[in-house]
Design a protein around this ligand. Structure first.
Ligand SMILES: Cc1cc2nc3c(=O)[nH]c(=O)nc-3n(C[C@H](O)[C@H](O)[C@H](O)COP(=O)(O)OP(=O)(O)OC[C@H]3O[C@@H](n4cnc5c(N)ncnc54)[C@H](O)[C@@H]3O)c2cc1C
Length: 303
């Protein structure tokens, strides 16, 4: 059955119930006129029906595959092409900050687009979904240097992002994490530990994956008050070197098999602190709250 976006219902909800027809009266959202919002709904509906939905059922049947030799993950046929069209259309940048190449439109509009993307292929929607969370966490808590290094490419969709919290011995109770961050001489940290159930941890849609990782600094309290947040890229942006953050395998799931849910091994990978030491939980909540609002994540805890 061909997906048909509920465009008129969305317009009714946005304009007649939620008052989104007045958003353009706010200086920040001057561009978000009812005509523009309406056009975004129609275009997103077309993309969802024509590009994204056809990848859904075959993608779930085929699933992602893992190559233990190269530690790489292949997404189902057609995912890369659909993701590229999503990126070309500027959909990853819709509500992102203008100063880093985003379009600065209201978040409400992004949620409408998410609704269509996730209705037509949840697995595919999770790659840009987690990236959006990484953008928000870096934008809110990252230093200017980190923002300048990562935000533009995450917003353009050239790179994707992850959220690395869960470990084999802890899901909900993150105070139990064991991943360690040891200071290097150059201001970076060596990240060591294993994360599990990491959405988009490894895949072939883009060349670089930016992991946001919870880890503990030496001597940190043994509770959630001792957790810090680090940005750990798959490929180091300055040198182009491969960072030792490798996928150790794929989790087996009942559905959303086109979403690469990965075991990730950080083997002394280079990372940089995001925000204050030991304040990682509050920084990560920027990301987790978004994932929860999106409703993309099945996990009872952070994911
Ligand atoms: C499809 C999918 C994608 C995911 N993606 C990510 C991701 O991108 N990044 C990531 O870090 N994780 C991810 N996760 C992991 C997910 O966030 C975890 O499953 C979640 O944190 C719960 O952990 P757990 O499965 O170990 O359950 P547990 O922590 O064992 O919890 C099981 C149940 O026990 C309850 N419980 C646990 N401890 C207590 C307590 N002390 N008191 C009372 N009740 C308690 C919980 O509320 C829950 O109902 C993903 C999971 C799935 C299924």
């Amino acid at each position: 059955m061909q997906y048909q976006a509920p465009a008129n219902d969305l317009r009714f909800l946005l304009f007649d119930v939620l008052g989104a027809d007045k958003l353009h009266e706010l200086e920040k959202y001057a561009d978000a006129t009812p005509d523009l919002i309406s056009a975004v709904i129609d275009e997103a509906g077309k993309l969802a029906a024509e590009v994204i939905q056809p990848t859904n059922q075959p993608g779930d049947r085929q699933g992602c595959s893992y190559d233990p030799e190269t530690k790489s993950v292949k997404t189902p046929d057609g995912f890369k092409q659909a993701y590229d069209k999503f990126v070309e259309g500027g959909w990853t940048a819709l509500d992102a900050p203008i100063e880093f190449g985003g379009q600065g439109l209201p978040h409400t509009l992004k949620f409408i687009v998410d609704e269509m993307v996730c209705s037509t292929n949840l697995s595919l929607g999770m790659y840009p979904g987690l990236t959006h969370g990484a953008i928000s966490a870096l934008f809110e808590h990252g230093s200017d240097e980190l923002k300048n290094t990562y935000l533009e490419k995450l917003i353009s969709g050239e790179w994707t992002g992850t959220m690395c919290l869960t470990e084999p011995q802890c899901g909900t109770d993150l105070g139990l994490i064991r991943t360690k961050a040891t200071p290097n001489d150059d201001g970076s940290y060596a990240i060591e530990g294993t994360k599990i159930w990491i959405t988009g941890g490894e895949h072939d849609l883009v060349d670089n994956i930016v992991h946001l990782v919870l880890a503990k600094l030496p001597g940190a309290p043994d509770t959630t008050k001792g957790i810090s947040l680090f940005v750990v890229p798959k490929v180091l942006p300055d040198s182009g070197e491969r960072n030792p953050a490798f996928c150790g395998g794929l989790e087996h799931k009942m559905g959303i098999k086109g979403s690469a849910t990965c075991v990730m091994n950080f083997e002394g990978a280079k990372g940089w602190l995001v925000g204050e030491p030991n304040k990682g939980m509050s920084a990560m909540f920027t990301m987790m709250n978004e994932a929860r609002l999106d409703g993309r994540h099945a996990g009872p805890g952070p994911g």
